[in-house]
Design a binder for this molecule. Structure first.
Ligand code: NDP
Length: 452
């Protein structure tokens, strides 16, 4: 086979930009990964010969479709839905569905790209995908959400399947939406299979799936600290978000002896200097999920706390930080503020919450920094375990699953250490470690398949 030139980095990124116009999030995600992989593949001729890097920067396919539904007043509404199937090199496509007005093809392509590396890192046989729609569930009645989910699944069902592509939840898609979508899939296909994860326990869901992402991210933080002889016990922690990932991270930080100072939503953040203890975290969970309320209401409930409208929590002095809301919520300035205030470790619960400049700041400051693709892999790992339980038609108990989750998070941590170390230094670059470890498994599978 003819050997093409080794591509140079600038030319590679230029090509990615040219082929993906108007898709900044996708370009950002590819660039961040490629910065680390470039060095790693320099002397590995096969990867160049088979154009592995160029191939992984092109999703297997992107499906987009119209989703029509009727609101409670009988008006016809039109949304756009997508499923990005990024890579099934190491298993069926797997990744969540997001319903949020900010969803675009670029956002879903970046999420599917990140997901592919994350899934590879878990050690489970799962490829990477992501989907969603520019639908805003906020302020909609249950019936409106049900009609939307049914219509969305009516378009999606022919692209997914237990051995093809297995979606899960993400922002705006929780137990309610998964139930409506699973019900519609079952109705259309007349099949009861593990086509979605994050299902209710009554119909094939797995114990601890709900808790897994937030708990897993906190275990990762604990693993990083333990490696340098430190711990979460007695430390203060700033958390953003107040959804699934943020509240379970807060729960686990409390459990491990830390003190949670902040939570946020898209309207601002609350700071509680007394600590957001387990009882307060429970109140937030109920308030955000059952009552679909706002985090600002926290200050009416708990004295001593303050709400900062339109602000992010990164200016609050802390030892640890866990961004758990959304992408690009931490910029270069925020990361410098955290470091200047004495923050020693950051674990990303959200996907790509730190922008490229912020990642560079963390990397050069050499603080303990775990990227989302490593730290938040606990959710998809338990989704993978849900798939196994569905295939075998069994249910594991909570103890078994907790053990598997902690072992998987330790495994991801150790893979990052293996590939993220620098000769002559104790410091681990977890971003590089995660990128290379995730890449290697996928790339080697692609080599085995030849040119496909
Ligand atoms: P939820 O919908 O449960 O919660 C999202 C939280 O983030 C809410 O507090 C929401 O506030 C806030 N938020 C959303 N968009 C914005 C925005 N543009 N600016 C500020 N705040 C915002 O989602 P999850 O907790 O499930 O997901 C959070 C992050 O974790 C996402 O990046 C997701 O991709 C990632 N993730 C989730 C996994 C899971 O298992 N759920 C697995 C791996 C990663 P508001 O209520 O105002 O919208």
């Amino acid at each position: 086979m003819a050997v093409l030139d080794h591509i140079d980095f600038a030319r590679f990124i230029e090509g990615v930009k040219r082929r993906n116009p108007g898709q900044p999030e996708y370009v950002q995600a590819v660039q961040e990964v490629a910065e680390d992989i470039f060095d790693f593949i320099q002397d590995k001729e096969e990867y160049h010969e088979y154009q592995i890097l160029r191939r992984i920067a092109e999703p297997d396919r992107v499906v987009s479709f119209r989703v029509c539904w009727q609101d409670d007043k009988g008006n016809v509404r039109v949304q756009r839905g997508w499923r990005v199937q990024n890579s099934n090199a190491i298993g069926p496509y797997k990744g969540g569905i997001r319903f949020h007005p900010s969803v675009t093809e670029s956002v879903l392509k970046f999420l599917a790209f990140e997901q592919t590396f994350k899934n590879s890192l878990t050690g489970l046989p799962m490829g990477g995908g992501k989907g969603g729609a520019n639908f805003n569930p906020k302020g909609k009645s249950d019936h409106e959400v049900m009609r939307f989910c049914q219509s969305f699944m009516t378009e999606l069902y022919c692209h997914v399947g237990a051995d093809i592509d297995v979606p899960a939840g993400d922002i705006g898609v929780g137990a309610r939406e998964i139930g409506y979508m699973f019900g519609q899939y079952k109705r259309i296909t007349n099949k009861f299979t593990g086509v979605l994860t994050g299902k209710g326990l009554e119909y094939g869901g797995s114990l601890i799936r709900t808790e897994a992402t937030g708990y897993g991210a906190t275990y990762f933080l604990q693993n990083m600290l333990e490696r340098v002889g430190n711990s979460i016990d007695g430390k203060t922690c700033v958390i953003s978000g107040s959804g699934n990932v943020a509240t379970h991270a807060a729960e686990k930080i409390n459990h491990l002896g830390g003190k949670v100072l902040t939570l946020s939503d898209s309207a601002g953040f609350i700071h509680d200097p007394d600590g957001i203890d387990p009882e307060k975290v429970n109140w937030v969970k109920q308030h955000k999920t059952k009552r679909r309320g706002r985090i600002a209401d926290y200050v009416k409930q708990f004295k001593g706390a303050k709400f900062y409208e339109g602000k992010r929590p990164w200016g609050v002095k802390c030892d640890l930080a866990m961004p758990c809301a959304t992408e690009n919520e931490l910029n270069g300035e925020d990361t410098k503020t955290l470091i200047n205030n004495g923050c020693i470790a950051v674990a990303e619960g959200a996907n790509m919450p730190t922008d490229l400049e912020g990642v560079h700041v963390f990397k050069s400051a050499k603080i303990l920094f775990a990227p989302g693709k490593a730290a938040n892999g606990g959710g998809v790992a338990v989704s993978g375990l849900e798939m196994s339980q569905n295939s075998a038609r069994i249910s594991w108990n909570e103890e078994e699953l907790q053990k598997l989750l902690t072992d998987i998070m330790k495994g991801i941590h150790d893979s990052c250490v293996e590939y993220g170390g620098t000769r002559g230094s104790e410091h681990i670059d977890y971003v590089r470690g995660a990128n290379i470890a995730g890449f290697k498994k996928m790339a080697d599978a692609m080599l085995a398949y030849g040119v496909v």
